[in-house]
Design a protein around this ligand. Structure first.
Ligand SMILES: NC(=O)c1ccc[n+]([C@@H]2O[C@H](COP(=O)([O-])OP(=O)(O)OC[C@H]3O[C@@H](n4cnc5c(N)ncnc54)[C@H](O)[C@@H]3O)[C@@H](O)[C@H]2O)c1
Length: 287
């Protein structure tokens, strides 16, 4: 290969991180972290297009952006509905012509800490097939459907970036002890945990990422995942203590600490990166 014939990447690192003019589709963009991702890409000049199943949250997320003078668009969508996914992507393409970046952040995840009820956190032996299934449907099949619909467009344009949000529990097992009572620390435990379905779906996302990264490499589409660790969100201080003890940096993450990695992966700053899993976990998976 004659390297001198290749177009040179941008030299200015400031410009490498710039997202000006880019249409950035964010699934689950109305969620807790999704809002930070929307804000992050907006701050760097990008245009966030939010896809979410939660009407109220979608409205609030867009309001949060417009309060900062950021423009956005939003679509109510259940990612597990294949025809709705295709219709929504068609509408977006008709309106904006192109999707430059897809961030797959939707998950049957934190919301269920509140809404899933105790059954969502049942023991493995008692775990209901329906709850196992819904986690796989949203976290894996939903990601498959939207990536397929958007990937087709990116392939035609010979350009695109896909970011799949995984988790530290895609890399290592959750430490079940952080949820369980421990007399030694006067710890009563918590009523939630990380169900196997979540960990399995997130591990699947890593494989999904590697597969598509190699499959689409020749088509100018980069596909990476990012594995975050637990984010502080008014958790029980005793739980925070248990989790923080397992993290070399000694604490949970703040949500704004995940904005930089998202911008890095979405932008030209990561132009030589595909098929990778960027682990941002305070060292959690090191030991
Ligand atoms: N919060 C954390 O500590 C943490 C840690 C590691 C990884 N993650 C991952 O980061 C991402 C964001 O997490 P979060 O904490 O913001 O969760 P969240 O529950 O606040 O947000 C998820 C969003 O996905 C949406 N969603 C759920 N099902 C959907 C469907 N069928 N169709 C469309 N939208 C749907 C929800 O409405 C919600 O707005 C998730 O992928 C999660 O697994 C979170």
């Amino acid at each position: 290969m004659d390297m001198s014939k290749l177009s040179q990447p941008e030299n200015s690192v400031k410009k490498q991180f710039d997202l000006s003019g880019k249409n950035i589709l964010i699934t689950g963009g109305a969620g807790f972290l999704g809002r930070f991702f929307c804000e992050a890409v907006s701050e760097m000049g990008g245009f966030p297009i939010i896809l979410d199943i939660d009407r109220e949250a979608l409205k609030e997320a867009r309001k949060h952006l417009s309060n900062q003078n950021f423009k956005s668009d939003g679509y109510l969508l259940d990612l597990t509905d294949a025809s709705a996914v295709q219709r929504t992507v068609d509408t977006i393409i008709e309106k904006y012509k192109t999707i430059d970046v897809l961030i797959n952040a939707a998950a049957f995840a934190m919301k269920n800490l509140k809404q899933g009820g105790p059954e969502f956190f049942a023991s493995f032996e008692e775990y209901k097939k329906d709850l196992w299934q819904i986690s796989l449907d949203v976290n894996l099949t939903g990601t498959f459907l939207i990536t397929q619909a958007v990937g087709r467009i990116m392939k035609l344009k010979k350009k695109g970036v896909i970011i799949n949000v995984a988790s530290d529990v895609a890399v290592v097992s959750p430490d079940h002890r952080i949820y369980q009572p421990d007399e030694r620390f006067d710890y009563k435990g918590v009523s939630f945990n990380t169900p196997l379905s979540y960990a399995v779906a997130k591990a699947g996302i890593l494989s999904f990422t590697r597969y598509l990264a190699t499959y689409w490499a020749k088509d100018g589409i980069r596909v990476n995942s990012v594995s975050f660790s637990g984010v502080y969100r008014n958790h029980d201080p005793k739980f925070v203590e248990q989790l923080s003890f397992r993290i070399p940096l000694g604490r949970m993450a703040f949500p704004q600490e995940y904005k930089g990695p998202i911008v890095f992966l979405a932008s030209e700053a990561s132009s030589f990166m595909t098929g990778a899993n960027l682990v941002i976990d305070g060292g959690r998976t090191c030991w």
